[in-house]
Design a protein around this ligand. Sequence first.
Ligand code: IMP
Ligand code: MG
Length: 179
Amino acid sequence: MIDIKTSILITEEQIQKKVQELAQIFNKKFENKKLIAIGVLKGSFSFYSDLIRSLSCQVLCDFCATSSYGQKVQPSKEVKLTMDTYLNISGQHILLVEDIVDRGLTLNFLQSHFKNRNPLSLTTVSLIAKPDSIRQKNCQIDYVGFEVKQSSFLVGYGLDYQEQFRHLPYIAEINSGLN
Ligand code: IMP
Ligand code: MG
């Protein structure tokens, strides 16, 4: 078994506080409105489920999935949609919920994908954003939970390394032991 060393970067308490702050913003923004919250699988599942449970507007849940990292730390440049949403999003307020934005390719791809379906509005939120300098393509992240300074690989709270660590309630940085 590989010995992967991690250290906590964002604690469970910090995450939960941030989720509540974001939920308050969205509760004002979408007050008396119907919202379709789209979670990007698999990484956003923890953030998504905590966030939507704190929303007080009318919420419909949907999901999509992309692939780019596969089983590696070094992602490919091509983003593929591996699962599309189920609901018709045309004419609806959409909140796209991402776990982490690194190069911005995934978010950029998803934004064009969903904009083509003519939603009434498209708002993007990512729990984490890595440093601007490593984003190769412009993408618009309307709301970010945590801007991290380091570009190291992060795991926990939905984020994985080879499908491990998703269950952790905090975000940790991998220090050593990667393939
Ligand atoms: P981007 O297209 O480079 O912005 O990468 C975004 C996607 O890659 C995210 O939705 C994550 O699923 C994954 N990803 C990027 N950085 C990390 C990381 O540090 N840990 C785990 N997954 C990551
Ligand atoms: Mg993701």
